[in-house]
Design a protein around this ligand. Structure first.
Ligand code: SF4
Length: 244
């Protein structure tokens, strides 16, 4: 990790060397399995194990993050450093905010390159499974980042909301550019093109709300994967963790 891991850091902080654990259920979800309904065969689990071992060798989880003070908040808008972020019902969902935290997380491009090589070699099952491992890895990383920020926030007396991303929850993908003006992915080697497509593809950008009265109990699921023991704010029991 470089820089001070402060929840209100006004300058970009890079988190690396993260002990990330890829969630098997998440990988299988990308393979089309429905949790509690579909059961993976031993062949599939063997393929998963092979792809996971390969993916863990290739992935390089990194997160860049910074915080910025909220200028104005309305029902569907947060104004931050001259950027107007339009997110439906965000005031109701997140409550009063004093800051937002913007972040980009990626597992790098080595998995994608290996997937391409496997397709070229016509090793389709492993290629598809490895691609799912990469997709699940970056989802797990975003969960990891959200949990880490929640832990840092609570230690500093601030509540950190669940994360949202452009393209989800009614937030227009076009506002990816505004999010990037708040926190660029450049320090971790991520680029954004004019169509708001991030490279490497196994990358997620996110925004969280921060403040002493921010809502952390509305559809709050992070606790289920959070590794912080004895947290007095835990909303649900730990089921698994994204921490290795
Ligand atoms: S257990 Fe829940 S409230 Fe506590 S730090 Fe983890 S995510 Fe935050």
């Amino acid at each position: 990790m470089s820089g001070a891991p402060r929840i209100l850091s006004p300058v970009p902080v890079v988190f690396d060397d993260l002990p990330l654990r890829v969630d098997r259920d998440e990988v299988l979800r990308f393979q089309g399995y429905k949790k509690g309904i579909d059961v993976a065969t031993s062949d599939v689990l063997d393929l998963f194990a092979e792809a996971l071992t390969l993916g863990e060798q290739l992935m390089k989880p990194r997160v860049v993050y910074r915080a910025a003070p909220v200028g104005r908040q309305a029902a569907d808008v947060i104004e931050v450093e001259g950027e107007r972020l339009h997110v439906p019902s965000i005031e109701r969902l997140w409550g009063p905010l004093e800051w937002v935290g913007a972040g980009i997380c990626t597992v790098g491009d080595a998995i994608e390159r290996r997937v391409g090589e496997l397709f070229d070699a016509r090793e389709f099952p492993l290629a598809v499974m490895l691609d799912s491992v990469g997709s699940a890895a970056v989802e797990s990383l975003a969960e990891y980042a959200n949990d880490l920020l929640c832990q840092l926030g609570l230690a500093a007396g601030h509540r950190v909301t669940n994360r949202i991303s452009p393209g989800y929850a009614g937030w227009d993908t076009a506002e990816q550019a505004a999010l990037w003006r708040l926190c660029s992915g450049t320090p971790i080697g991520v680029t954004l093109n004019a169509a708001c497509f991030m490279t490497p593809a196994k990358t997620i950008s996110f925004l969280v709300g921060i403040g002493p009265d921010a809502h952390i109990d509305h559809y709050f699921t992070q606790c289920r994967r959070c590794w912080m023991r004895d947290c007095g704010y835990r909303r649900s029991p730990a089921e698994s963790t994204v921490h290795a």
